[in-house]
Design a protein around this ligand. Structure first.
Ligand code: CMC
Length: 431
């Protein structure tokens, strides 16, 4: 048997031998779980740049080579051959469903697509211009009052139903939020439609617009949701795991993940990209000015849709979306100027020393907004679409964490740098 790799650490005058954990794709981690108890030291790693929070069987990323696989299947294969419903099942169960399993899962999704009628009243109390991400997080959290939380002991039986509830209802919640902002009547889900068909119909059908489903558009939406379905320990997924590690209920954990995703450095970037492209367009299409601003260290401006913590190469999701973008936008003269600006921006960035040296490439958010726009979604729904896509990943990670017998409540440590002990000063004596 090959000798297990070890790491040696000399600290505080003593030497510690640490195990090296090797992942199935050869990734290596130094196991420091004995560090504090044996040396009194902790590690410090702002932004978790070098810190693994768990081992996981769900998603593999090789950021240097631009590889992304769910449960071993490449994202390229899944986008070509699979659907969002099937990929959701795959993430949750670690196997592609057979025909019967896929039909059962689709049936569950349809059965659980309605929202409790009392939840509809909540929409009336949001301001008319409330951001749909805010509505989404609030409504998902409220689901814990309306639907039983998954029972941790019998989770194996219940997970499909709970997952179906979340996957299906989040789409209904999102569409109601959109209709509310438009002041239009809501459209109920119908059992004869598949997941993405129902979604587009609930968004765009109205008594005065008999929205016709188009197979290419349905397919484009499914591919985008597949591409967002998981991304290992990103900010929102880590949030779901951290909140869930306190045994907070699944709905509350996912709602916290939705809040994290809303940030412009995370899922909020897809909306920020379109805002940026529109601004460039309004100002005459001068991309140089925006690139210069992004490079200026005195400015906090960044080019939205570029750079990634893990990918130091072209984001494989962006590659797929870019191809789709040209196809979907072919007949959309209205959006063509923004696509042209995006293509020129990418070309200039990929030749610019600032971006080359920092390995900043287009990420998933750079082109996705353009496709969402072509499908008819308003910009404030883009991050909501990201959240709907990410739902199976969040649930799969929560499930993996809860079922891990070694899982502990997530509780990082810190190095305190504040005042040392001080005596209390009565208010009369304070300056
Ligand atoms: N424009 C200009 N400069 C950038 C950009 C950008 N978009 N991204 C990174 N940099 C620079 C940054 O200023 C820093 O430069 P220096 O070394 O001189 O200080 C260097 O590149 C490294 O950046 P960082 O902030 O230390 O890298 P990070 O891994 O902490 O941040 C990121 C990753 C995605 C937050 C960042 O690249 C960014 O802010 N991008 C724009 C927002 C965006 O598109 N977010 C979507 C991410 S993909 C979808 C998702 O997973 O949510």
């Amino acid at each position: 048997m090959a000798k297990k790799e070890k790491a040696k650490l000399i600290v505080g005058g003593r030497e510690l031998e640490l195990d090296v954990i090797v992942g199935s794709e050869g990734e290596r981690a130094i196991d420091i779980s004995r560090l504090r108890s044996e040396t009194g030291y902790i590690t410090l790693d702002e932004g978790f740049m070098n810190t693994g929070s768990c081992t996981s069987d769900i998603t593999f990323i090789n950021g240097e080579e631009g590889v992304l696989r769910y449960r071993g299947y490449s994202i390229e294969d899944l986008c070509e051959h699979s659907t969002f419903t099937e990929v959701s099942y795959l993430l949750l169960h670690n196997r592609l469903p057979n025909l019967e399993q896929r039909e059962n899962f689709s049936r569950l999704l349809n059965e659980h697509s309605l929202l409790h009628e009392d939840m509809r009243h909540f929409y009336n109390n949001f301001p008319h211009d409330a951001h749909p991400m805010n509505i989404l997080g609030t409504m998902v959290n409220a689901m814990s009052s309306f639907y039983p939380n998954v029972d941790l002991l019998s989770m194996r039986d219940n997970i499909d139903m709970t997952a179906a509830r979340l996957l299906s209802k989040i789409r209904t919640i999102a569409c109601y939020a959109y209709k509310k902002t438009m002041g239009h009547p809501i459209v109920y889900p119908q059992k004869d439609f598949k997941y993405c068909e129902n979604f587009l119909r609930m968004m765009f059908w109205s008594p005065v617009n008999n929205y016709e489903l188009d197979a290419d558009r349905v397919r484009a939406l499914s591919v985008l949701l597949v591409l967002h379905a998981d991304h290992e320990q990103n900010c929102s997924t880590s949030t779901v795991r951290l909140v869930g590690s306190a045994h907070a209920n699944l709905y509350a954990s996912i709602s916290a993940g939705i809040s994290a995703l809303w940030g412009p450095l995370h899922g909020g970037a897809n909306q920020a990209v379109i805002d940026m492209l529109e601004k460039i367009h309004r100002q005459g299409g001068d991309i140089k000015k925006f690139i210069a601003k992004a490079k200026d260290k005195k400015s906090s401006f960044r080019l939205s849709g570029f750079g990634h913590r893990v990918y130091k190469n072209y984001d494989p999701r962006a590659k797929i979306i870019k191809k789709m973008c040209s196809r979907v936008l072919e007949d959309e003269a209205e959006h063509q100027p923004l696509l042209d600006i995006a293509l020129r921006l990418e070309e200039a960035v990929l030749q610019d020393e600032y971006f080359i040296s920092r390995k900043l490439y287009p990420n998933v958010d750079f082109y996705s907004g353009l496709v969402y726009m072509a499908l008819g979604f308003p910009t404030n729904m883009f991050t909501v679409l990201f959240a709907i896509g990410r739902m199976p990943g969040w649930i799969a990670h929560w499930k993996e964490m809860i079922q891990n017998p070694k899982a502990k409540i997530g509780r990082p440590r810190q190095i305190y740098t504040g005042s040392r002990q001080r005596d209390y000063v009565p208010i009369q004596q304070r300056s």
